[in-house]
Ligand binder design. Structure first.
Ligand code: SF4
Length: 440
């Protein structure tokens, strides 16, 4: 593997680093600058509306995953378990609770300001509800809940959309007006939505570049960096738009040169396996995890995790001409709000469209929203595509549940299975060959 990296790549990574550092600096000084702070979750966030009120958002999952990457989450989880949170509770929640109990010092070592409001966009994961119940016990601040109907029938009906819009109009906006003392400005919201849509175009272009051979990106390990700004505080901002413009130029350059993704050890020179991955990544040992893939020449060409904050690649764009309706549609369409048949359809489509060798599931026991039904998803996608599935297990931010040897063994078996499948004559390839070491 060569150590070559491009200048354009460095620019996008630097931009992202600066965005993140600036964001945590902004958080630290938010109160002294007279800004209001609202906590809200990544899936189904209506960040453009918060920007329209000049509010500083805090996304608890981001604090948790950043703490995981910086090896701080294990201690926080221990603190949460000491006060009674059981082992199978979502480890993002325990990491957040432990961080609060330890003085609310964020992943960068800077203090996270207390919320002036908790804005719960409820999109499919019941844990969101329980998480904010816990935060409400910690902080003396109002809560507003935006209830987004689950896509039980695989679609958002006009009545459901109207129901969400009404809540934004009659619940969310009045609360934000009262909090900030500022009237709702629809034109300002439209401006943010326009910027979102432009960034979304560039983002989708980047994701779809993985349809090429070799793929110029890794759509899971690299993808988690690419989703950072658009799923969080930077959607609808000029800085976010600039990031995606730069990233697109970088990936276009890689595509033109016919080179593979950049990894922490340099540029991948050989693409041996193309995978679709379902499930969130592990953050505590992220680099070691990724290395197990690129050392084998495995590139992830599509993933469900990069859709957790919206399925832009399926055509959704924020539409400034219908500002509140578009927010409602956005909330409803994120991956956590999709039913199992929709998830199966999506993953099958990815395996086919991205010409993947198969579907690999990283099952995270403590994330019910993803792990419920994963075995069914795996079997169904195998059956439909005739391509083998693989199954590994880890955790989001609990270092106790990352077993490198176990994951490596299973991955090696999975890659061997793909090789065997390739070696068989086409006529015999019509039936799936079963999955690798599936353990419910
Ligand atoms: S259970 Fe999963 S989707 Fe729900 S909050 Fe935890 S990590 Fe997020």
């Amino acid at each position: 593997m060569s150590q070559k990296t491009s200048a354009i790549k460095d620019e996008s990574m630097q931009l992202q680093k600066d965005l993140l550092a600036g964001y945590f600096d902004d958080l630290t000084t938010a109160k002294e600058r007279g800004k209001k702070v609202v906590y809200t979750f990544v899936p189904g966030n209506i960040i453009e509306l918060l920007h329209a009120f000049d509010i500083v958002p805090v996304l608890p999952e981001i604090n948790a995953l950043q703490s995981g990457m910086r090896k701080r989450s294990g201690k926080f989880i221990g603190e949460a378990e000491k006060v009674g949170h059981s082992e199978d509770v979502c480890t993002y929640v325990k990491c957040d609770v432990g961080m609060i109990k330890s003085g609310n010092i964020g992943p960068t070592g800077q203090k996270i300001p207390e919320p002036d409001l908790l804005l719960l966009s409820y999109t499919g994961c019941f844990t969101f509800l329980k998480w904010f119940e816990l935060l409400r016990q910690e902080y003396d601040c109002p809560v507003v809940m935006l209830h987004v109907p689950y896509q039980g029938d695989g679609m958002l009906t006009p009545e459901q959309r109207a129901y969400v819009v009404k809540q934004i109009e009659t619940e969310v906006i009045p609360k934000l007006e009262a909090l900030t003392g500022t009237p709702y400005d629809q034109d300002k919201l439209k401006g943010h939505l326009e910027r979102s849509a432009r960034a979304e175009d560039d983002f989708v272009w980047v994701l779809e570049a993985a349809k090429n051979r070799p793929s110029p990106i890794d759509a899971y390990f690299g993808g988690v960096y690419y989703i950072g700004p658009i799923f969080t505080a930077f959607r609808g901002t000029e800085a976010g738009e600039r990031y995606y413009r730069t990233l697109r130029a970088e990936v276009a350059d890689r595509l033109a040169r016919g080179v593979g993704p950049v990894t922490p050890d340099g540029e991948m020179t050989e693409e041996r396996y193309r995978l679709v991955v379902e499930g969130p990544p592990n953050w505590t040992d992220f680099r070691q995890f990724w290395k197990m893939f690129y050392d084998e020449g495995a590139v992830v060409v599509a993933s469900s995790y990069t859709k957790v904050g919206g399925l832009y690649d399926q055509g959704f764009r924020h539409d400034p001409t219908r500002p509140l309706e578009t927010l409602a549609e956005y909330c409803s369409g994120c991956y956590t709000n999709l039913n199992l048949p929709s998830r199966v359809d999506l993953l099958e489509k990815y395996v086919r469209e991205y010409e993947a060798d198969g579907l690999l599931i990283n099952s995270v026991k403590s994330c019910n929203s993803f792990s419920a039904g994963q075995l069914l998803i795996l079997r169904e996608v195998e059956e439909r595509t005739g391509r083998p599935g693989g199954f590994i297990e880890s955790d989001l931010v609990d270092p106790r549940y990352f077993s490198a040897a176990n994951i490596k063994n299973r991955l090696e078996s999975y890659f061997q299975m793909i090789e065997q499948k390739r070696a068989r004559p086409a006529a015999k390839r019509s039936r799936p060959q079963g999955q690798v070491e599936v353990q419910p």
